[in-house]
Write a protein that binds this ligand. Structure first.
Ligand SMILES: [Zn+2]
Length: 455
């Protein structure tokens, strides 16, 4: 089975590109803001539009309503399939049709709901996140047409921007229909408009509340200060004990990983400093590549601390306090395991024998792609052929909760995280946009990838 030549695929996508951009323009005009009501009519219309567009490229698509875990009606979802050969591999294409709200249209340079091209970019809410994902799937299927040699399943979700409340029951209900060898999640993005990427990993997260108690009641700091440290100081000592002298987190049992699939290019420190708004004198904590520190090593943040406000404070030794730790975990570590290790460390390192106890809170699993899987290699090859440059893998320090859920429900499937965004896309912010040359190359990539996956 000869693979389609890249130039053939490119010319088909070129010929279809006006249609693809038009799909995006119509999608932007639909204002599919799930925050205005997941079950509302405007979301149903948005789902119907997507189903119609997918039907035009050969997918047997329909709109169905999901149910929340409590049984109430959920999102308007688009599901569908295009079966070409019972014995061929099956690929599930994921995107979401809902978009982020526009709280302040005056912060935009263009009408957020009218697709507007400026230079090489198309502006509009949902142009990238995730109208771009829908456009990529539509364009790739159109480019392959009757040359498609894999079976396609489609799931275009209607509530991703609301945290996918009915996602798990919906997927479990449709488990047999969605069963596939490869899942392409087109909801992330590239290193830049010119350099393609797979998203290789997501960190997990877990929270704990730590209680520190030294006294049964408050006492006067003049009378008892010295041998008795206040609970805030003891808590600060406990927090500091998690780090070594380089600022690396050093909690036994909390795993650390290297960037998944190797590191082709590190994050640029100057860009990170500017984007995060770091003061000039601050030296970045930890060792190793900046990418590893942001994507695959664990990190702890004190996200809450009960202490007396400065205003109205008085000379008293605080008897006890509570602080909340948010731990971002290495992609492959089970968050329960990291949580257990962190909780044990807190109790074992109680300064001066203070009473320390821990409440364990929520866990969210991370995710890592399999860098050695055939599908991963196919994706990397397709990217290089389409963009003309080698891909640069990137991780995510945060989480996309539905990806580990997909992986959990379909453990044998290779999940590939791609997408239309680049660092200028401003997803979730004013002036969201998509790079049109990059969109074209993303469509070509997905068409080439689907073709390669047939073997
Ligand atoms: Zn998205």
């Amino acid at each position: 089975m000869a693979a389609l030549p890249v130039e053939e695929v490119r010319s088909r996508v070129e010929a279809d590109f006006d249609r693809i951009v038009n799909v995006l323009n119509k999608k932007i005009a639909l204002q599919s803001i799930s925050a205005k009501g997941i079950t509302a009519d405007h979301m149903k219309r948005s789902a119907e539009f997507v189903a119609e567009e997918l039907s035009k490229v050969g997918v047997n698509a329909q709109v169905v309503q999901s149910h929340n875990p409590n049984g109430t009606p959920g999102a308007w979802e688009v599901i569908g399939s295009k079966i070409v050969d019972e014995n061929a591999p099956t690929v599930l294409l994921y995107a979401h049709h809902d978009v982020q709200p526009v709280p302040d249209a005056s912060a935009w340079n263009t009408d957020p709901f009218v697709g507007t091209v400026i230079d090489t970019r198309l502006y509009g809410r949902g142009s990238a996140d995730d109208g771009g994902g829908i456009a990529i799937h539509s364009g790739a299927l159109q480019a392959l047409g009757d040359d498609l040699k894999v079976n396609i399943k489609v799931f275009v979700e209607g509530e991703e921007e609301m945290g996918s409340p009915s996602f798990i029951p919906f997927i479990e209900e449709h488990k047999d229909e969605f069963d596939s060898d490869v899942i392409i999640v087109a909801d992330s993005g590239n290193w830049s408009a010119e350099i393609p990427s797979l998203t290789t990993s997501l960190r997990g997260n877990t929270d704990i509340d730590v209680h520190v108690k030294a006294l049964h009641h408050p006492v006067h700091s003049g009378q008892y200060g010295g041998p008795i440290l206040d609970a805030n100081t003891l808590a600060a000592m406990l927090i500091a004990s998690m780090y070594d002298e380089h600022g690396d987190l050093a909690v036994p049992g909390v795993a650390s990983e290297d960037p998944i699939g190797g590191l082709q290019r590190d994050m640029d420190e100057a860009t990170v400093r500017t984007d995060a708004g770091i003061v000039d004198s601050y030296r970045l904590a930890g060792t190793g590549s900046l990418a590893a520190r942001l994507w695959t090593k664990p990190s702890v943040t004190v996200i809450g601390f009960d202490a007396h406000p400065v205003e109205g404070s008085f000379n008293v030794i605080s008897p006890e306090t509570t602080f909340r730790l948010s731990l971002r975990t290495a992609p492959n570590q089970r968050p329960e395991e990291a949580q257990e290790a962190l909780a044990a460390f807190m109790v074992e390192h109680a300064p001066f024998g203070a009473e320390v106890w821990v409440d364990k809170l929520d866990n969210g699993m991370g995710w890592a792609m399999d860098p050695n899987a055939e599908a991963t290699k196919d994706a990397m090859e397709a990217m290089e052929e389409a963009f003309g440059v080698a891909p640069v893998n990137k991780g995510e320090g945060g989480s996309i909760p539905f990806i580990p859920e997909l992986q959990r429900i379909f453990p044998k499937a290779q999940v590939l995280v791609t997408g239309p965004e680049d660092p200028k896309a401003n997803a979730h912010s004013p002036n969201e946009s998509i790079s049109l040359p990059s969109l074209k190359n993303n469509v070509i990539t997905e068409a080439l990838l689907l073709d390669k996956l047939a073997k």
